[in-house]
Design a protein around this ligand. Structure first.
Ligand code: TXA
Ligand code: MG
Length: 325
């Protein structure tokens, strides 16, 4: 993907002027505004129809910039940042005083990440300030992993979309925080960096640190009924049959499905993650009135857990609970 420097300069000017620009990152596309522009930040929420209780991630292009957004930059954060940055790891720490409460939904903490995509880095540097950015989708909908997805999500808005090609990871970043005495890493949202990746890195750290999955209530905004494509998604055990479809349509109070289509994940979690959101969109657009995914006991652990997390949040129906709409 070739983006001329003219387009980047244009984008950075808009950002400095308090406008919103859609930017590529290695995880998903983001809807960015300068953290220095209160009105730019407000525009993100308006465009996305995002509730104010859902805090934004601050994107930086250096370790120094990350440290400037937080009250204190602890050694453990520095160690993990130096292991995984630039990359899909977001670190939640106590916020610096200058961080706009709109970014943090009034919380005393801020989420910071150094994205790997070179265009995101260039744009942060050109703008001269970190960029706050949620995923570039309307609230509750599937995240965009191509520039095309973003354009379709916000038609007729004049939104400038920087095309950086399809996202390499395809799933949002892993969000972590720390226990008070730094003996625990809490994974608030599973993502591009898996728990075993973090555990592995920590074997080189001076003190023992546990890595635990935190309750989703600690991660504001990471709610159920997120990431939903227009067609309902169902997670099925084993082989799907006509009987399952009949039960699902009854549970969801819908007519019989005429065109249920399977989302096939394949065997490689890296590829499955990369294609997940594109496939959900493609199946919806191809006229599926139900998208179903078959659960497989082999597909667990590591990146698979992040994939199932998103699928569960996208789903309207699961065998244990029946309808969740
Ligand atoms: O990969 C990503 O993280 C993408 C790209 C664009 O960087 N961004 C993204 O942003 O996924 P968004 O807004 O869709 O998700 C941000 C989530 C929030 O919903 C919340 O769960 C968590 O990050 N978060 C942000 N600030 C937090 C805080 N102070 N404490 C706890 N969780 C926070
Ligand atoms: Mg999102």
């Amino acid at each position: 993907m070739i983006i001329d420097s003219e387009a980047l300069t244009q984008a950075s000017l808009r950002l400095r002027n308090g406008e919103v620009v859609a930017i590529p990152t290695e995880t998903v596309y983001g809807l960015a505004a300068s953290i220095a522009s209160h009105s730019g930040l407000q525009k993100i929420f308006a465009l996305k129809q995002r509730p104010f209780f859902d805090p934004l991630i601050v994107h930086v292009a250096s370790f120094k910039e990350a440290a400037s957004c937080v009250k204190e930059w602890p050694p453990l954060a520095d160690f993990l940042a130096r292991t995984f940055w630039p990359g899909p790891l977001t670190i939640v720490l106590e916020k610096a005083d200058h961080i706009d409460p709109l970014i943090t939904s009034g919380l005393q903490t801020v989420a910071v990440r150094f994205p790997a995509h070179p265009l995101a880095q260039d744009l942060i540097k050109l703008t001269g300030s970190p960029l706050a950015a949620p995923s570039a989708n309307r609230f509750g909908r599937t995240s965009p992993s191509t520039a095309e997805h973003v354009k379709n999500e916000f038609p007729n808005t004049g939104l400038l979309v920087i095309d950086g090609g399809p996202c390499e990871v395809g799933l949002e970043s892993t969000v972590i925080s720390f226990s008070e005495n730094f003996d625990e890493v809490r994974v608030l949202r599973p993502g591009g960096i898996s728990i075993p990746d973090i555990e592995n890195a920590l074997t080189k750290w001076s003190n023992p640190v546990r890595v635990v999955r935190a309750e989703s209530s600690e991660s504001p905004g990471h709610t159920k009924h997120h990431y939903m494509p227009p067609a309902p998604v169902a997670i099925l055990d084993g082989n799907a049959s006509r009987n399952d479809f009949a039960r699902i349509s009854k549970d969801l109070k819908r007519d019989d499905f005429k065109s249920p289509k399977e989302l096939e994940l394949g065997d490689d979690p890296v590829i499955a993650a990369r294609l997940l959101y594109s496939e959900l969109r493609r199946l919806s657009e191809s006229g599926a009135d139900l998208i179903y995914v078959l659960k497989s006991p082999q597909k667990t652990g590591g990146l698979w857990d992040a994939i199932w997390d998103r699928l569960t949040r996208a789903s309207s129906w699961e065998p244990e609970s029946g309808s969740r709409l």
